[in-house]
Write a protein of this length. Structure first.
Length: 282
């Protein structure tokens, strides 16, 4: 039974190691022979297209994407570092060959829609349009009045009279309403323009024209997260889960904790690979 528990722990740790690699966008492949690649997917129990999707989404969004490694237990007894290196090399090749087009597509689709601004109306134009609309409404209501019963006429006759009085106010040259509406439309358009410019700036930051900047950002994020992992940190059992004795460690990010659980060997292998990749992108 003790042996079974050890196997379960080994399986769980290996699964966490794989999660760590995909955090960053983090998994790559130099498989010179297709057989090696086929064996890897088979061993992990995941389709290549699923792995590709995880890599793509990790680099595009910067969030953690993992796959359902249904056969992960079969890989638990393998060489974790070797598998990590293969995944790292695969990701690097995938990013270098396919990511650019996918990124550009998402970049374009995420760009804020250009403003379609209407010409600002002068107060005289607003007055003319509103007078025309109200006058037309009065005439239509008067026409409809002919076919109404007496009860309905009692309702609409006062409304017509009120609208006629309003129409006279509309026609007054000194009516300040039209100037207020014109100023309101101008303010609204200025806010739209300001909001659009802000959205474009945010888009330019999130989706820089050079896709390599995104790759560098994702890779640097991995290095920053895992730079101070204490692999000797003490754990304690709490509510059926392993918790860090040091509260500062327990407050660390999920990514930091995943690096801890992946282990020093896998994490350092990943960090070395990522740093070399970053050096190549400079």
């Amino acid at each position: 039974m003790k042996q079974n528990l050890n196997n379960r722990k080994l399986t769980l740790n290996f699964y966490r190691a794989m999660k760590l690699l995909f955090i960053i966008a983090a998994c790559f492949y130099s498989f010179a022979f297709k057989q090696n690649l086929d064996d890897l997917w088979k061993e992990l129990g995941v389709e290549q297209r699923t792995a590709d999707n995880n890599i793509r989404e990790s680099f595009l969004s910067g969030y953690l994407y993992t796959y359902g490694a249904k056969n992960i237990k079969n890989a638990a007894t393998g060489d974790k570092v070797a598998i990590a290196k293969n995944l790292l090399e695969y990701t690097k090749q995938y990013v270098n060959t396919q990511f650019k087009a996918l990124y550009e597509k998402q970049r374009i689709s995420s760009k804020p829609i250009e403003l379609q601004l209407k010409p600002l109306r002068k107060k005289e134009e607003i007055q003319k349009e509103e007078v025309t609309k109200l006058d037309a409404s009065i005439k239509k209501t008067e026409e409809d009045l002919k076919s109404m019963n007496e009860d309905m006429k009692k309702i609409f006759v006062p409304i017509i009279a009120q609208n006629k009085k309003m129409l006279e106010d509309y026609k007054k040259p000194d009516n300040q309403l039209w100037e207020l509406i014109a100023l309101g439309e101008k303010d609204n358009q200025e806010r739209q323009i300001a909001d659009y410019k802000t959205a474009v700036k945010d888009w330019e930051v999130k989706y820089p024209e050079d896709y390599k900047i995104v790759i560098k950002t994702r890779l640097q994020k991995m290095l920053d997260v895992t730079k101070d992992v204490d692999f000797n940190a003490a754990l304690k059992e709490q509510y059926g889960k392993k918790k860090f004795v040091n509260p500062a460690y327990e407050a660390k990010s999920n990514e930091w904790k995943m690096a801890f659980r992946a282990g020093k060997e896998v994490t350092e292998t990943t960090r070395a690979f990522v740093q070399q990749w970053l050096n190549e992108l400079k």
